[in-house]
Design a protein around this ligand. Sequence first.
Ligand code: NAD
Length: 356
Amino acid sequence: MELVAADALERTVRDIFVAAGCDAEEGGRIARELVGANLTGHDSHGVVRVPLYIDWMRRGYVHPGQSAQVVTDGGGFAVLDGQHGFGQTVAAQAVALGIGRAQDQGTCIVALRNAGHIGRVGAYAETALAAGLISIHFVNVAGSPLVAPFGAVERRFSTAPFAIGLPLPERPVVLDFATSLVAEGKIQVASYGGKPLPPDALIDQDARLSGDPHVLYGEYGSTDLRTSAGGTGAIRAFGEHKGSGLALMCELLAGALTGGGCAGPLDGDRRGIANGMLSVYLSPAHFGTQSEFERIGRDYLDWVLSARPVEDGQPVLAPGDPEARTREARLAEGVPLPVDTWAQILRTAADLGLPT
Ligand code: NAD
């Protein structure tokens, strides 16, 4: 493992995106969000993605300098098209619109389609809770069927993440997870020598459970880009029939209702992947229950967290606690990166003519 200081890592990643054609603001935003994912411990959605994003940019799957376009504006709701701009840019615009309107009106629903990869969804919930809002996000990945529905061996769902953020005083709660047993990026991280997968994360064509990334990617060299087209297996949905059902709802809300498209079936015209996101923003202040929400919610959370732990010294955590702890530690100590991941980032920088 290499240990890289977060600010130095952010500068390197920003310079890569600027050298590849983003303006300084967008390059900085992409770098901040990717490194932000590493800081929270979600290395799967962090800088490991840099070479892939640059590859997508070169292929024209994702475009710098885009703005989300309003397709439908109903006041309390809006449909936006991300025009295949960088997700870090167009999703941030969609979130800003949802937050602004919920602060005015009490609620807002924003349906975003055709966004480039938006990264860690919890980051958007964190932006909303910093503005005092509850938010709920259903996300899918159009063009990326990777996950087998409950009872099947074939890929039908994307990793379709789901997130909720609650602005409880002093201890905001952010639940944010892929509906697959592991996020695809975690399989990438494992394939580059990072944290191994649970042994039942994947399923092969013969319905055998596996934790071997080759089931998804087929054969690869140590620094090759990983592509799911190389393998024949699937990731498993989490939580058996319940997680599989939630994945289906994410696909239908973020893919069908937004109009952006579900994970599949794939047709010959699709180029690259796109995130869809249906987000609901709620203002407790407008509901007239802000103080009850905060008092009852906080008392209840404290009671939940006071439950006697299975193991002494391992207290119950709230969703969002592991990320907050990891952020604190990594800001102080640096971001650990597998040697192959760091080598690939430096090679990407060198290919773009940057000094390394
Ligand atoms: P995960 O399995 O690590 O689960 C994370 C959630 O569980 C967090 O809310 C965390 O606070 C909570 N948690 C973890 N340990 C806990 C504990 N001991 N007690 C209580 N709560 C705990 O996450 P994942 O499924 O691997 O997803 C990783 C990231 O990938 C997410 O940020 C997700 O948004 C992102 N993702 C993005 C896309 C996309 O297309 N943009 C697709 C899939 C996943």
